[in-house]
Design a protein around this ligand. Structure first.
Ligand SMILES: Cc1cc2nc3c(=O)[nH]c(=O)nc-3n(C[C@H](O)[C@H](O)[C@H](O)COP(=O)(O)O)c2cc1C
Length: 214
């Protein structure tokens, strides 16, 4: 029996044939390979090129995933900003292991990066908060992310109250996290689903590169 909420997308298919990824093209340092692909993604105008799905796991071992924006990266450290009191914040406090995923559909590429997460220094978060548009600062200051609220009106009222202050101060619990990467995977879509995949793993201080079956 079928229901109104059922769907059937078995015929939704597309070809991946744009590019290939060969071992000889790979940088020996995955951070360099990441930069190469990110720069290409930005240069070719991918919408939300810096958006990454961030997966965390709670104390019961249950995973959850959401999108955040990568703001900067340096030497295997990938930084985004959020509310430390959010669901992801609570989960990272009990389990600092996480994984992020970039998907650039027009380039038929994805990158998965796994590692452990830590908060960045308060002064760095404050510097970034100060650089954000005032509207975004107000929204961050008015919201306790992921907590239940009765209505949007209450939020709007909080924003209105905050508007009277000259400078919006960074909320104590708002700031950056950095993922310290210990594993990367680069995926390039290929014809007939025979995709190219390369994984980099840190083994005794050296990045080991292995091809994975599609
Ligand atoms: C394109 C896009 C970009 C986003 N960027 C951020 C971000 O940088 N930081 C953030 O906290 N939430 C961001 N969000 C909202 C999150 O996906 C999520 O709803 C929020 O962080 C609460 O997640 P949590 O309840 O799992 O903690 C973004 C959502 C989208 C769709």
């Amino acid at each position: 029996m079928s229901h109104e909420s059922d769907g059937d997308q078995r015929d939704v298919r597309r070809k991946y044939a744009l590019n290939e990824l060969r071992r000889t093209q790979l940088r020996s340092n995955p951070a360099m390979q990441f930069k190469l692909w990110m720069d290409e993604s930005l240069a070719t105008g991918q919408l939300d090129a810096t958006a990454m799905s961030l997966a965390t796991v709670n104390a019961m071992g249950a995973p959850s995933v959401r999108i955040v924006l990568l703001k900067h990266y340096k030497a295997h450290k990938f930084v985004w900003y959020t509310d430390y009191r959010s669901q992801k914040g609570n989960e990272l406090a009990v389990n600092p292991q996480a994984s992020v995923l970039f998907y650039w559909r027009e380039l038929e590429r994805q990158i998965r990066i796994s590692g452990t997460v830590e908060k960045i220094a308060q002064h760095e978060s404050a510097a970034y908060f100060g650089s954000r548009p005032r509207d975004s600062q107000l929204s961050a200051a008015a919201s306790t992310q992921s907590h239940v609220i009765e209505s949007r009106d209450i939020l709007a009222e909080r924003v209105l109250q905050l508007q009277f202050s000259d400078d919006v101060v960074k909320p104590e619990d708002w700031g950056g996290y950095q993922l310290n990467a210990h594993e990367y995977e680069f995926w390039q879509g290929r014809v007939s689903r025979l995709h190219d995949r390369f994984r980099y793993r840190l083994v005794e201080g050296v990045w080991l590169v292995e091809r994975l079956q599609p």
